[in-house]
Design a binder for this molecule. Structure first.
Ligand code: AMP
Ligand code: GLY
Length: 427
Protein backbone atom coordinates (compact mmCIF):
# COMPACT_ATOMS: atom_id res chain seq x y z
CA UNK A 1 0.00 0.00 0.00
CA UNK A 2 0.98 3.61 -0.53
CA UNK A 3 0.03 6.03 2.23
CA UNK A 4 0.04 9.83 2.29
CA UNK A 5 0.02 11.59 5.68
CA UNK A 6 -1.03 15.24 5.83
CA UNK A 7 0.62 17.40 8.51
CA UNK A 8 4.02 18.34 9.89
CA UNK A 9 4.22 17.98 13.67
CA UNK A 10 5.15 15.52 16.38
CA UNK A 11 1.73 13.89 16.09
CA UNK A 12 2.31 13.23 12.39
CA UNK A 13 5.75 11.80 13.20
CA UNK A 14 4.12 9.40 15.68
CA UNK A 15 1.48 8.44 13.08
CA UNK A 16 4.22 7.91 10.47
CA UNK A 17 6.06 5.63 12.90
CA UNK A 18 2.92 3.54 13.42
CA UNK A 19 2.28 3.37 9.67
CA UNK A 20 5.90 2.34 9.10
CA UNK A 21 5.33 -0.62 11.42
CA UNK A 22 2.45 -1.89 9.29
CA UNK A 23 3.38 -4.91 7.21
CA UNK A 24 0.90 -3.75 4.59
CA UNK A 25 2.62 -0.49 3.74
CA UNK A 26 5.39 -0.28 1.16
CA UNK A 27 5.70 3.51 0.75
CA UNK A 28 4.88 6.53 2.91
CA UNK A 29 4.63 10.12 1.75
CA UNK A 30 4.07 13.09 4.04
CA UNK A 31 2.92 16.59 3.06
CA UNK A 32 4.65 18.72 4.14
CA UNK A 33 6.31 16.65 6.92
CA UNK A 34 9.42 17.66 8.83
CA UNK A 35 13.05 16.62 9.23
CA UNK A 36 12.23 13.67 11.51
CA UNK A 37 9.37 12.36 9.37
CA UNK A 38 11.76 12.53 6.39
CA UNK A 39 13.66 9.62 7.93
CA UNK A 40 10.59 7.37 7.55
CA UNK A 41 8.73 8.90 4.64
CA UNK A 42 9.23 10.90 1.48
CA UNK A 43 8.26 14.46 2.36
CA UNK A 44 6.66 16.58 -0.34
CA UNK A 45 6.50 20.37 -0.14
CA UNK A 46 2.71 20.72 -0.23
CA UNK A 47 1.04 22.65 2.59
CA UNK A 48 -1.71 21.12 4.72
CA UNK A 49 -4.28 23.52 3.21
CA UNK A 50 -3.25 23.13 -0.45
CA UNK A 51 -6.08 20.75 -1.25
CA UNK A 52 -5.83 20.84 -5.06
CA UNK A 53 -2.15 20.01 -5.00
CA UNK A 54 -2.68 17.22 -2.48
CA UNK A 55 -5.44 15.62 -4.54
CA UNK A 56 -3.32 15.88 -7.71
CA UNK A 57 -0.35 14.36 -5.90
CA UNK A 58 -2.43 11.51 -4.44
CA UNK A 59 -3.79 10.71 -7.93
CA UNK A 60 -0.39 10.86 -9.58
CA UNK A 61 1.20 8.53 -7.02
CA UNK A 62 -1.86 6.25 -6.84
CA UNK A 63 -2.11 6.63 -3.08
CA UNK A 64 -4.23 3.93 -1.41
CA UNK A 65 -4.90 5.81 1.83
CA UNK A 66 -4.60 9.45 2.85
CA UNK A 67 -4.42 10.16 6.59
CA UNK A 68 -5.50 13.71 7.40
CA UNK A 69 -4.05 14.48 10.84
CA UNK A 70 -4.42 18.23 11.66
CA UNK A 71 -7.60 20.11 12.54
CA UNK A 72 -7.51 22.79 9.81
CA UNK A 73 -7.62 20.56 6.73
CA UNK A 74 -10.24 18.36 8.43
CA UNK A 75 -12.46 21.35 9.19
CA UNK A 76 -11.81 22.64 5.66
CA UNK A 77 -13.09 19.42 4.06
CA UNK A 78 -9.95 17.73 2.74
CA UNK A 79 -11.43 14.27 3.35
CA UNK A 80 -14.46 15.23 1.20
CA UNK A 81 -12.15 16.47 -1.58
CA UNK A 82 -10.16 13.21 -1.56
CA UNK A 83 -13.34 11.13 -1.63
CA UNK A 84 -14.70 13.15 -4.54
CA UNK A 85 -11.54 12.28 -6.43
CA UNK A 86 -12.03 8.58 -5.61
CA UNK A 87 -9.22 8.43 -3.03
CA UNK A 88 -9.69 6.73 0.34
CA UNK A 89 -9.08 9.09 3.24
CA UNK A 90 -9.03 8.64 7.00
CA UNK A 91 -10.61 11.40 9.07
CA UNK A 92 -14.03 12.97 9.50
CA UNK A 93 -15.73 14.72 6.60
CA UNK A 94 -16.28 18.46 6.87
CA UNK A 95 -19.79 18.15 8.27
CA UNK A 96 -18.50 15.94 11.10
CA UNK A 97 -15.21 17.77 11.76
CA UNK A 98 -17.40 20.65 12.98
CA UNK A 99 -17.45 18.73 16.27
CA UNK A 100 -14.07 20.41 16.87
CA UNK A 101 -14.37 23.26 14.38
CA UNK A 102 -17.19 24.99 16.27
CA UNK A 103 -17.36 25.03 20.04
CA UNK A 104 -20.88 26.49 19.85
CA UNK A 105 -21.94 23.47 17.75
CA UNK A 106 -20.38 20.97 20.15
CA UNK A 107 -21.92 22.63 23.21
CA UNK A 108 -25.37 22.64 21.61
CA UNK A 109 -24.95 18.99 20.64
CA UNK A 110 -24.05 18.01 24.21
CA UNK A 111 -26.99 19.95 25.59
CA UNK A 112 -29.44 18.41 23.12
CA UNK A 113 -28.26 14.86 23.82
CA UNK A 114 -27.64 15.33 27.56
CA UNK A 115 -23.93 14.62 27.42
CA UNK A 116 -22.32 15.97 30.62
CA UNK A 117 -20.43 19.24 30.10
CA UNK A 118 -20.04 22.68 31.72
CA UNK A 119 -23.09 24.98 31.68
CA UNK A 120 -22.70 27.64 28.95
CA UNK A 121 -24.19 30.29 26.68
CA UNK A 122 -23.26 31.05 23.05
CA UNK A 123 -22.85 34.63 21.81
CA UNK A 124 -22.42 36.31 18.45
CA UNK A 125 -22.88 39.83 19.76
CA UNK A 126 -20.10 41.24 22.01
CA UNK A 127 -22.51 43.56 23.80
CA UNK A 128 -24.72 40.69 24.85
CA UNK A 129 -21.67 38.76 26.03
CA UNK A 130 -20.60 41.75 28.16
CA UNK A 131 -24.09 42.06 29.60
CA UNK A 132 -24.13 38.37 30.51
CA UNK A 133 -20.77 38.77 32.25
CA UNK A 134 -22.15 41.45 34.60
CA UNK A 135 -23.85 38.73 36.61
CA UNK A 136 -21.95 35.56 35.61
CA UNK A 137 -20.35 33.45 38.33
CA UNK A 138 -16.57 33.83 38.62
CA UNK A 139 -14.15 32.51 37.51
CA UNK A 140 -15.62 32.21 34.05
CA UNK A 141 -14.29 30.59 30.89
CA UNK A 142 -14.35 32.31 27.48
CA UNK A 143 -13.84 30.30 24.31
CA UNK A 144 -13.50 31.50 20.74
CA UNK A 145 -15.91 29.39 18.68
CA UNK A 146 -13.49 28.32 15.94
CA UNK A 147 -10.04 26.75 15.67
CA UNK A 148 -7.31 28.71 17.47
CA UNK A 149 -4.35 26.32 17.91
CA UNK A 150 -5.54 25.41 21.40
CA UNK A 151 -5.07 29.01 22.48
CA UNK A 152 -8.59 30.43 22.12
CA UNK A 153 -9.59 29.69 25.73
CA UNK A 154 -9.41 32.35 28.46
CA UNK A 155 -10.00 31.62 32.12
CA UNK A 156 -11.00 34.88 33.79
CA UNK A 157 -10.97 35.47 37.53
CA UNK A 158 -12.44 38.96 37.53
CA UNK A 159 -15.22 40.70 35.62
CA UNK A 160 -12.70 43.20 34.18
CA UNK A 161 -10.55 40.37 32.85
CA UNK A 162 -13.62 38.72 31.33
CA UNK A 163 -14.78 41.95 29.62
CA UNK A 164 -11.24 42.44 28.29
CA UNK A 165 -11.38 38.83 27.05
CA UNK A 166 -14.56 39.46 25.08
CA UNK A 167 -12.85 42.47 23.52
CA UNK A 168 -9.81 40.38 22.58
CA UNK A 169 -11.85 37.56 21.07
CA UNK A 170 -14.79 39.34 19.42
CA UNK A 171 -13.64 42.89 18.72
CA UNK A 172 -9.83 42.79 18.31
CA UNK A 173 -10.17 39.34 16.69
CA UNK A 174 -7.00 38.09 18.34
CA UNK A 175 -7.87 34.58 17.12
CA UNK A 176 -9.14 35.79 13.74
CA UNK A 177 -12.52 34.64 12.49
CA UNK A 178 -12.51 31.93 15.20
CA UNK A 179 -13.82 34.79 17.37
CA UNK A 180 -16.88 35.69 15.29
CA UNK A 181 -18.83 33.70 17.86
CA UNK A 182 -17.91 32.68 21.36
CA UNK A 183 -18.93 30.42 24.19
CA UNK A 184 -18.99 31.58 27.81
CA UNK A 185 -19.00 28.68 30.21
CA UNK A 186 -18.90 27.63 33.80
CA UNK A 187 -15.44 27.07 35.31
CA UNK A 188 -14.93 23.47 36.41
CA UNK A 189 -12.29 21.98 38.65
CA UNK A 190 -10.82 18.51 38.64
CA UNK A 191 -8.22 16.40 36.91
CA UNK A 192 -8.04 16.42 33.15
CA UNK A 193 -7.84 13.29 31.05
CA UNK A 194 -7.61 12.87 27.30
CA UNK A 195 -9.29 9.83 25.80
CA UNK A 196 -8.78 9.25 22.09
CA UNK A 197 -10.99 6.87 20.18
CA UNK A 198 -11.48 5.32 16.77
CA UNK A 199 -14.96 5.74 15.33
CA UNK A 200 -16.57 4.23 12.21
CA UNK A 201 -19.84 6.15 12.27
CA UNK A 202 -21.60 3.78 14.67
CA UNK A 203 -19.00 1.79 16.67
CA UNK A 204 -16.49 3.51 18.94
CA UNK A 205 -13.33 1.90 20.35
CA UNK A 206 -11.42 3.96 22.87
CA UNK A 207 -7.65 3.98 23.10
CA UNK A 208 -5.68 3.99 26.32
CA UNK A 209 -6.01 7.22 28.34
CA UNK A 210 -3.48 10.06 28.53
CA UNK A 211 -2.93 13.34 30.31
CA UNK A 212 -1.58 16.51 28.73
CA UNK A 213 0.14 19.50 30.38
CA UNK A 214 -1.17 22.55 28.57
CA UNK A 215 0.51 25.39 30.42
CA UNK A 216 3.96 26.60 29.45
CA UNK A 217 5.59 26.60 32.90
CA UNK A 218 6.10 24.22 35.81
CA UNK A 219 3.27 23.94 38.31
CA UNK A 220 0.71 24.69 35.55
CA UNK A 221 1.77 28.33 35.38
CA UNK A 222 2.17 30.47 32.29
CA UNK A 223 0.23 30.61 29.06
CA UNK A 224 -1.76 27.83 27.44
CA UNK A 225 0.24 26.03 24.76
CA UNK A 226 -0.44 23.21 22.30
CA UNK A 227 0.81 20.84 25.02
CA UNK A 228 4.15 20.55 26.87
CA UNK A 229 4.12 16.86 27.71
CA UNK A 230 1.92 13.83 28.25
CA UNK A 231 1.76 10.53 30.04
CA UNK A 232 -0.26 7.39 29.39
CA UNK A 233 -2.20 5.75 30.92
CA UNK A 234 -3.74 8.16 33.43
CA UNK A 235 -3.82 6.54 36.88
CA UNK A 236 -6.90 8.65 37.66
CA UNK A 237 -8.93 7.16 34.82
CA UNK A 238 -10.40 4.20 36.67
CA UNK A 239 -12.56 1.39 35.33
CA UNK A 240 -15.55 2.97 37.01
CA UNK A 241 -14.95 6.29 35.29
CA UNK A 242 -14.42 4.49 32.00
CA UNK A 243 -17.72 2.64 32.36
CA UNK A 244 -19.55 5.92 33.04
CA UNK A 245 -17.95 7.63 30.04
CA UNK A 246 -18.62 4.72 27.68
CA UNK A 247 -22.29 4.85 28.55
CA UNK A 248 -22.92 8.57 29.02
CA UNK A 249 -20.34 10.28 26.82
CA UNK A 250 -18.59 8.20 24.13
CA UNK A 251 -21.36 6.19 22.48
CA UNK A 252 -23.93 9.00 22.96
CA UNK A 253 -21.60 11.40 21.08
CA UNK A 254 -21.22 9.01 18.15
CA UNK A 255 -24.98 8.35 18.07
CA UNK A 256 -25.77 12.06 18.33
CA UNK A 257 -23.56 12.86 15.34
CA UNK A 258 -25.19 10.10 13.30
CA UNK A 259 -28.65 11.36 14.26
CA UNK A 260 -27.72 14.89 13.18
CA UNK A 261 -26.76 13.53 9.75
CA UNK A 262 -23.08 14.08 10.50
CA UNK A 263 -21.76 10.53 10.61
CA UNK A 264 -18.34 10.71 12.28
CA UNK A 265 -15.56 8.47 10.95
CA UNK A 266 -12.06 9.01 12.26
CA UNK A 267 -10.62 9.88 15.66
CA UNK A 268 -12.66 11.61 18.36
CA UNK A 269 -10.53 13.02 21.16
CA UNK A 270 -12.50 13.54 24.34
CA UNK A 271 -11.01 16.20 26.60
CA UNK A 272 -12.53 15.30 29.96
CA UNK A 273 -12.53 16.85 33.38
CA UNK A 274 -13.08 14.50 36.30
CA UNK A 275 -15.19 16.78 38.49
CA UNK A 276 -16.80 16.07 41.85
CA UNK A 277 -20.08 15.59 39.99
CA UNK A 278 -18.53 13.04 37.66
CA UNK A 279 -16.69 13.23 34.34
CA UNK A 280 -17.64 16.12 32.02
CA UNK A 281 -16.56 17.01 28.50
CA UNK A 282 -14.21 20.02 28.29
CA UNK A 283 -13.85 19.79 24.55
CA UNK A 284 -13.94 17.51 21.56
CA UNK A 285 -11.22 17.28 18.97
CA UNK A 286 -11.77 15.55 15.65
CA UNK A 287 -8.25 14.10 15.42
CA UNK A 288 -5.34 12.63 17.35
CA UNK A 289 -3.99 14.92 20.07
CA UNK A 290 -0.53 16.38 19.96
CA UNK A 291 1.35 15.30 22.13
CA UNK A 292 -1.19 12.60 23.15
CA UNK A 293 -0.46 10.59 19.98
CA UNK A 294 3.21 10.49 21.02
CA UNK A 295 2.38 8.43 24.14
CA UNK A 296 -0.68 6.50 22.92
CA UNK A 297 0.49 5.22 19.52
CA UNK A 298 3.80 3.71 20.71
CA UNK A 299 1.68 1.55 23.08
CA UNK A 300 -0.80 0.35 20.45
CA UNK A 301 -0.53 -3.32 19.47
CA UNK A 302 -2.75 -3.27 16.37
CA UNK A 303 -1.70 -2.52 12.84
CA UNK A 304 -2.88 1.10 12.51
CA UNK A 305 -3.81 0.61 8.86
CA UNK A 306 -6.24 -2.21 9.76
CA UNK A 307 -7.92 0.04 12.31
CA UNK A 308 -8.11 3.07 10.03
CA UNK A 309 -9.56 1.02 7.18
CA UNK A 310 -12.16 -0.44 9.55
CA UNK A 311 -13.20 3.13 10.44
CA UNK A 312 -13.66 3.93 6.75
CA UNK A 313 -15.46 0.65 5.96
CA UNK A 314 -17.74 0.64 9.02
CA UNK A 315 -16.27 -2.62 10.35
CA UNK A 316 -14.66 -1.37 13.56
CA UNK A 317 -16.81 -3.80 15.58
CA UNK A 318 -14.56 -6.55 14.19
CA UNK A 319 -11.35 -4.97 15.51
CA UNK A 320 -9.94 -6.00 18.89
CA UNK A 321 -8.12 -2.79 19.82
CA UNK A 322 -5.24 -3.54 22.18
CA UNK A 323 -2.53 -1.66 24.03
CA UNK A 324 0.63 -2.85 25.75
CA UNK A 325 0.43 -3.20 29.50
CA UNK A 326 3.14 -0.60 30.02
CA UNK A 327 3.40 3.19 30.24
CA UNK A 328 4.79 6.09 28.25
CA UNK A 329 5.84 9.64 29.05
CA UNK A 330 6.53 12.40 26.50
CA UNK A 331 8.41 15.58 27.40
CA UNK A 332 8.32 18.39 24.86
CA UNK A 333 11.57 20.20 24.17
CA UNK A 334 10.48 23.69 23.15
CA UNK A 335 12.18 26.92 22.17
CA UNK A 336 12.42 29.19 25.20
CA UNK A 337 9.74 31.86 24.84
CA UNK A 338 7.10 29.54 23.31
CA UNK A 339 4.12 30.12 22.90
CA UNK A 340 4.97 33.79 22.38
CA UNK A 341 8.30 34.91 20.89
CA UNK A 342 11.22 32.59 20.29
CA UNK A 343 14.27 32.19 18.10
CA UNK A 344 14.46 29.60 15.32
CA UNK A 345 17.27 28.14 13.21
CA UNK A 346 19.47 26.94 16.09
CA UNK A 347 21.43 23.74 15.55
CA UNK A 348 20.22 20.57 17.29
CA UNK A 349 22.85 17.99 18.27
CA UNK A 350 22.69 14.49 19.75
CA UNK A 351 19.73 13.16 17.74
CA UNK A 352 21.75 10.08 16.73
CA UNK A 353 21.72 8.93 20.37
CA UNK A 354 18.17 7.67 19.81
CA UNK A 355 19.26 5.33 17.00
CA UNK A 356 18.58 1.70 17.76
CA UNK A 357 17.04 2.39 21.18
CA UNK A 358 13.76 0.54 21.14
CA UNK A 359 11.88 2.12 24.02
CA UNK A 360 12.89 5.70 23.25
CA UNK A 361 11.44 7.94 20.57
CA UNK A 362 12.47 11.38 19.45
CA UNK A 363 9.46 12.78 17.61
CA UNK A 364 10.20 15.89 15.58
CA UNK A 365 7.77 18.81 15.68
CA UNK A 366 9.47 22.05 14.59
CA UNK A 367 12.73 21.00 12.96
CA UNK A 368 14.41 21.32 9.57
CA UNK A 369 17.41 19.69 7.96
CA UNK A 370 20.08 21.36 5.87
CA UNK A 371 23.12 19.50 4.55
CA UNK A 372 22.77 16.74 7.09
CA UNK A 373 22.45 19.07 10.08
CA UNK A 374 19.28 19.67 12.07
CA UNK A 375 17.92 23.06 13.16
CA UNK A 376 15.02 24.28 15.30
CA UNK A 377 12.10 25.53 13.23
CA UNK A 378 9.20 26.12 15.62
CA UNK A 379 8.00 26.60 19.18
CA UNK A 380 7.63 22.95 19.99
CA UNK A 381 10.82 21.39 18.61
CA UNK A 382 10.97 17.74 19.70
CA UNK A 383 8.85 15.32 21.72
CA UNK A 384 10.94 12.89 23.73
CA UNK A 385 8.93 9.76 24.53
CA UNK A 386 10.09 6.83 26.61
CA UNK A 387 8.33 3.62 27.55
CA UNK A 388 8.63 1.87 30.88
CA UNK A 389 7.05 -0.97 32.80
CA UNK A 390 5.11 1.62 34.79
CA UNK A 391 4.66 5.39 34.72
CA UNK A 392 7.49 6.07 37.15
CA UNK A 393 9.97 4.17 35.08
CA UNK A 394 8.73 5.75 31.84
CA UNK A 395 9.06 9.19 33.42
CA UNK A 396 12.61 8.53 34.59
CA UNK A 397 13.56 7.24 31.14
CA UNK A 398 11.97 10.20 29.33
CA UNK A 399 13.76 12.80 31.44
CA UNK A 400 17.03 10.91 31.01
CA UNK A 401 16.59 11.03 27.24
CA UNK A 402 15.86 14.78 27.25
CA UNK A 403 19.56 15.19 28.11
CA UNK A 404 20.71 13.43 24.96
CA UNK A 405 19.81 16.31 22.65
CA UNK A 406 20.96 19.91 22.87
CA UNK A 407 20.11 23.22 21.21
CA UNK A 408 20.69 26.75 22.39
CA UNK A 409 17.32 27.86 23.68
CA UNK A 410 16.10 24.39 24.77
CA UNK A 411 13.25 24.67 27.26
CA UNK A 412 11.14 22.01 28.94
CA UNK A 413 8.84 21.59 31.89
CA UNK A 414 10.40 19.56 34.68
CA UNK A 415 7.17 18.37 36.24
CA UNK A 416 5.60 16.31 33.45
CA UNK A 417 4.01 13.35 35.17
CA UNK A 418 4.39 14.67 38.73
CA UNK A 419 0.75 13.71 39.14
CA UNK A 420 1.93 10.10 38.92
CA UNK A 421 3.59 10.50 42.32
CA UNK A 422 0.37 11.98 43.76
CA UNK A 423 -1.58 8.98 42.45
CA UNK A 424 0.94 6.74 44.18
CA UNK A 425 0.43 8.52 47.49
CA UNK A 426 -3.34 8.22 47.15
CA UNK A 427 -3.29 4.47 46.62
P1 AMP B 1 -10.03 23.47 25.56
O1 AMP B 1 -9.23 23.89 24.36
O2 AMP B 1 -11.48 23.73 25.43
O3 AMP B 1 -9.70 22.06 26.03
O4 AMP B 1 -9.47 24.35 26.76
C1 AMP B 1 -8.11 24.43 27.04
C2 AMP B 1 -7.88 24.25 28.52
O5 AMP B 1 -8.59 25.24 29.25
C3 AMP B 1 -8.41 22.92 29.05
O6 AMP B 1 -7.51 21.89 28.88
C4 AMP B 1 -8.65 23.27 30.50
O7 AMP B 1 -7.44 23.22 31.22
C5 AMP B 1 -9.10 24.70 30.44
N1 AMP B 1 -10.58 24.76 30.42
C6 AMP B 1 -11.38 24.74 29.34
N2 AMP B 1 -12.67 24.80 29.71
C7 AMP B 1 -12.70 24.85 31.05
C8 AMP B 1 -13.75 24.92 32.03
N3 AMP B 1 -15.02 24.98 31.69
N4 AMP B 1 -13.37 24.94 33.32
C9 AMP B 1 -12.07 24.91 33.69
N5 AMP B 1 -11.06 24.85 32.82
C10 AMP B 1 -11.35 24.83 31.52
N1 GLY C 1 -2.86 18.20 23.23
C1 GLY C 1 -4.11 18.78 22.96
C2 GLY C 1 -4.47 18.85 21.56
O1 GLY C 1 -3.94 18.19 20.71
O2 GLY C 1 -5.37 19.63 21.25
Amino acid sequence: MKVLIIGSGGREHAIAMSVKRSKRVEKIYCAPGNAGIAQLAECVPIGAMEFDKQVAFAKEKEIDLVIVAPDDPLAGGLVDEMEKAGIRAFGPRKNAAVLEGSKAFSKDLMKKYQIPTAAYENFDDPEEAMKYLETAKLPVVLKADGLALGKGVLICKTREEAMEGVRKIMLDKQFGSAGNKMVIEEFMTGREVSVLSFVDGKTIKTMTSAQDHKRARDGDQGLNTGGMGTFSPSPFYTEEIDAFCQERIYQPTVDAMAKEGRKFQGVIFFGLMLTEDGPKVLEYNARFGDPEAQVVLPRMKNDIIDVMEACIDGTLDQIDLQFEDNAAVCVILASDGYPEKYEKGLEITGLERFDGKEDYYCFHAGTKEENGRFYTNGGRVLGITALGGDLKEARKNAYLATEWVEFDNKYMRHDIGNAIMEADKMS
